[in-house]
Ligand binder design. Structure first.
Ligand code: NAD
Length: 476
């Protein structure tokens, strides 16, 4: 596939390409241009030219285009989901969820297009003020490979509705579904140049987006190290940044919880997308009184998960997205074993057997008795490995939950309102779920505290984050 610039499929300047392979089989699916800073400069020029007209288009009309695009995505959701599974690895039903989730996001922003924000302030006899929101101009978006479709929606939905034009860089291993969606948005009526997509490496294309002086805001999702690099590269330009970074979400299960429901919550919370979700359950704290039965049930469910090529029916767990990601997880588990810092209850190795040889499969893994300082607890585990710790009471659970440099999400599983309130007040996280984990509908603001990031995506907050405030003072 080619890049999308100015509403057209666009080749790179030379004959350099990035291969896109299926992580379940290693088979080449397609290739995309390995773009450069010149491609970014061209996309910015085109986005700049489109900016004036898009800004003047009434918000309701912008919303109608998003709504129309959502309809086209729904019509084509099976093919897009298939493409997503082929490049990313996740089971087809998860890809279908994700593509429908993308349509939900566009529909949500279309829905709020009739409610533009602003206010009037009466100052008394001396004057009145009118405060309005206007678009920032050109915005950059840098997308990771783990949930590439939904995260694309989180960025382009609010930014386009707010009247910005965009230059987007998809992740190098998952550009195909994004390019397909960009073409659909163009077909739905986005004027040429409003949404541009440049493929290429993080350093060249991502770096050029971050440094370009005409790009007023960059919204980045990815790991903390890249986030920090982006912050440094953007410094000196007064550029607006949203950084959605890593997480190490704790899940706390109290002794009054519905155990079966919590077991299913932990299973989905950790093993969805082979554990490659920023808000996955990455540390599980279970009350002593129920720990034995909880762990026994969870182990049974983990061992029942079917791992394989996401395109095959009945698969619960696909491969990891790349050899590099699997290697990172393998190293974390081996390090834990070598140091004697935990006990593997099940899994703990790449999936054995010839049917897994060509893909990046890792066996769903449960670990208990993990030492508090082990890297499995202090670092983000971006794969299907779940450490389970038992705790004597809520105070200890809260203390352990907060023993992290991250602060993305957390969940508490209980029937007690007072317990819920204490966790809500005391745990450092951008979102606290109660008897749930992972669910993020488009209406709710989402983002992290501490090293999990800056800014919020989703909801009307996000539209405002892609806008600037302008005030008219009427002096009487
Ligand atoms: P990554 O940081 O390696 O890559 C993300 C994107 O940044 C890719 O498109 C990459 O090409 C680009 N990039 C790399 N170097 C760059 C540079 N120097 N300048 C500009 N762009 C650059 O992240 P990843 O490993 O692909 O994604 C996984 C991480 O993302 C995990 O840590 C996960 O928790 C996090 N994540 C966070 C959220 C959230 O909302 N907080 C959501 C999903 C994923």
């Amino acid at each position: 596939m080619l890049m999308r610039i100015g509403g057209k499929d666009t080749a790179g300047p030379d004959d350099r390409w990035i291969d896109v392979k299926n992580p379940a089989t290693g088979v080449l699916i397609d290739r995309v241009p390995s773009g450069t800073s010149e491609d970014v400069a061209h996309a910015v020029e085109v986005a700049d030219a489109a900016s004036h007209g898009w800004k003047k288009t009434p918000m309701r009309e912008r919303g109608i285009i998003l709504f129309h695009a959502a309809g086209l995505v729904r019509e084509q959701h099976k093919e897009i989901a298939q493409l997503l599974t082929m490049e990313q690895g996740k089971p087809l039903r998860e890809s279908i969820d994700e593509v429908r989730g993308f349509a939900n996001i566009l529909e949500y922003y279309a829905g709020i297009s009739a409610h533009s924000s602003g206010e009037a302030i009466r100052l008394g006899p001396s004057g009145d003020c009118m405060v309005v929101q206007e678009p920032l101009g050109i915005c950059g978006a840098i997308i990771p490979w783990n949930m590439p479709v939904i995260i694309l929606g989180w960025k382009i939905g609010p930014a386009l509705l707010a009247g910005n034009t965009m230059v987007v860089k998809p992740a190098s291993t998952t550009p195909l579904s994004s390019l397909r969606l960009a073409a659909i948005l163009d077909k739905a009526g986005l004027p040429p140049g409003v949404l541009n997509m440049v493929t290429g490496s993080g350093e060249s294309v991502g770096g050029a987006i971050v440094r370009h002086p005409l790009i007023r805001k960059v919204s980045f999702t990815g790991n903390c190290i890249t986030g920090e690099k982006i912050r440094q590269n953007a410094s000196g330009q007064l550029k607006d940044l949203t950084l959605e970074l890593g997480g190490s979400d704790p899940m706390i299960v109290m002794d009054d919880a519905d155990i079966d429901r919590a077991v299913e919550g932990a299973l989905r919370g950790r093993f969805y997308n082979a554990g490659q979700v920023c808000t996955a359950v990455k540390r599980l704290y279970v009350h002593d009184k129920i720990a034995d039965i909880f762990v026994r049930k969870l182990k049974g469910r983990v061992e029942s998960l079917k791992t394989g090529n996401g395109l095959e029916p009945g698969i619960d767990l696909g491969p990891m997205n790349s050899a590099e990601q699997r290697e990172r997880i393998s190293c974390m588990v081996s390090d834990l074993m070598e140091k004697g810092e935990g006990t593997i209850l099940t899994g703990g190795c790449p999936m054995p057997g010839p049917s897994y040889d060509n893909g990046y499969f890792y066996s769903p893994t449960l670990v208990t008795g993990v030492h508090p300082g082990a890297s499995l607890l202090t670092e983000e585990i971006f794969g299907p490995v779940l450490p389970v710790m038992s705790v004597p009471d809520l105070d200890t659970a809260i203390l352990e939950a907060n023993r992290s440099r991250y602060g993305l999400g957390a969940s508490i599983w209980t029937k007690d309102l007072a317990t819920t309130k204490r966790v809500f007040d005391q745990v450092n996280a951008g979102i606290i779920w109660v008897n749930r984990h992972l669910t993020i509908p488009p209406e709710i603001p989402f983002g992290g505290m501490n090293e999990s990031g800056i800014g919020r995506e989703n909801g009307s907050h996000a539209r405002e984050s892609y806008s600037r405030t302008k005030t008219l003072f009427l002096g009487w």
